[in-house]
Design a binder for this molecule. Structure first.
Ligand code: HEC
Ligand code: HEC
Length: 361
């Protein structure tokens, strides 16, 4: 007991001394304290730092002086890269594809390539310079990397065959997919949602049943089921469309319920109703009757901004057309959704958006 307590004390003392010694030396000159203090390591030489410090940033920081054209790049590429990546960037076997794939990212079978996906050309330069050719990393000169990068741009239909890339025109290049990236906005869009105290009891003032599983068609039809079969949204709409005694104005509850069921397809991107906030897509409250792209705080695509500025309003006609064919109706917009399947589904969705999200004044 006594012995170990004493050892502890010695240990503490020597630790204290070392720290003190270091603090003392640092106050004089840092480099000397390393050499003379612990005897560990030495200050890195400028050449050593330079060999590590090779990253190229989107704003051009780190880019060396140099240039190279498509023709030179093609020859270098054939010699150094084509064996794995294919003559035209199409890839040999399962090596990575370097060209093509534009417009496939929101499809069933997305092809992520430099041209279809990468936001900045500086990453291409940096990657090739840093890591390629595979197995012979950093064997290419700066001019060779410029030339190969120019050829990769050519393979991705970004430039013509007489193009020359240099440190001077480098920043003029905009990658095809750059605008699909945006700054991390989760601090404003998501943090507020998760940061609040969660409500654990009596959270809603009043509770009412607004939809039934049969209407939403989530109840499976079992064999020999003689009871009411699950009603599909389309069936609900037909039923709703049939003439019936008009009781009160306002959206048909069955239609709204069908729309609510369909909204599952949208909920990964959109919120609607009380407390809804912008996520991947804008929150959808007060959308009906509002100009296109008018929800505050959401970064709409230029296509949406233009449509809004030209006076386009969300009404039955525009919403229906948009939801049936988002891509075709407002070209160049960013809603990655292939569209609802039928007019009936669209009518249900519009009814739901009006009922759950209210209308713009
Ligand atoms: C021996 C085969 C081989 C050769 C030769 C080769 N690469 Fe690669 N390349 C790869 C592999 C493997 C990867 C993926 C590496 C990883 O993901 O870690 C890759 C990745 C890349 C990527 C990133 C692709 C992406 O979308 O992530 C680029 C760009 C690239 N190579 C360019 C080149 C260029 C330019 C050359 C010639 C100077 C070259 N490569 C030579 C095997 C090769
Ligand atoms: C993958 C994400 C995603 C899905 C799924 C999606 N949306 Fe969108 N939606 C967006 C984005 C992003 C925008 C803004 C588009 C732009 O700025 O180009 C948008 C815009 C809208 C707008 C216009 C809002 C405004 O402020 O002008 C409506 C209405 C809309 N979506 C409804 C729907 C409905 C209904 C569904 C489901 C049937 C759906 N969306 C599915 C992402 C999505």
């Amino acid at each position: 007991m006594l012995k170990s307590a004493k050892m502890m004390k010695n240990l503490t003392l020597s630790t204290a001394l070392v720290v003190l010694g270091a603090g003392f030396a640092v106050a004089e000159t840092p480099a000397q304290s390393r050499d003379g203090g612990f005897g560990l390591g030495r200050t890195a030489l400028p050449e050593e730092i330079a060999a590590w410090d090779i990253d190229i940033r989107p704003d051009g920081l780190g880019l060396p002086v140099g240039s190279g054209d498509v023709y030179t790049g093609e020859e270098l590429y054939i010699d150094n890269c084509a064996a794995c990546h294919g003559d035209f960037g199409e890839a040999v076997g399962r090596w990575p594809v370097l060209a093509g794939g534009r417009g496939t990212l929101d499809g069933e079978d997305p092809h992520k390539t430099i041209g279809s996906y990468w936001p900045y050309l500086s990453t291409v330069w940096d990657y090739v310079h840093r890591a390629m050719p595979y197995g012979g990393a950093q064997s290419l000169s700066d001019d060779e990397v410029y030339a190969i990068t120019a050829y990769l741009m050519y393979l991705n239909d970004m430039v013509d065959d007489d193009f020359e890339l240099s440190n001077e025109n480098f920043l003029e290049v905009a990658m095809p997919n750059e605008t699909a990236f945006f700054m991390d906005d989760r601090a404003s869009t998501e943090y507020t949602v998760f940061a609040g105290e969660p409500c654990m009891e009596n959270c809603a003032e009043s509770v009412s049943i607004t939809a039934r599983a049969t209407v939403l068609s989530v109840t499976p039809e079992t064999e020999g089921d003689t009871g009411a079969a699950a009603v599909t949204p389309a069936a609900v709409v037909e039923e709703a469309a049939a003439p019936e005694p008009a009781v009160a104005a306002g959206p048909d509850p069955a239609l709204v319920a069908a729309g609510e069921g369909l909204f599952r397809q949208c909920a990964s991107c959109h919120q609607i109703g009380e407390g809804a906030v912008n996520r991947t897509g804008p929150q959808l409250n007060n959308t009906y009757g509002a100009p296109v792209g008018s929800h505050e705080g959401f970064r709409y695509s230029p296509a949406f901004q233009q449509a809004g500025e030209s006076g386009m309003i969300w009404d039955d006609e525009t919403l229906t057309a948009f939801l049936l064919d988002p891509r075709g109706y407002i070209q160049g917009n960013r809603m990655a959704f292939r569209g609802l399947r039928s007019e009936e589904d669209a009518a249900a969705m519009v009814a739901y958006i009006r009922a759950a999200g209210g209308e713009a004044k």
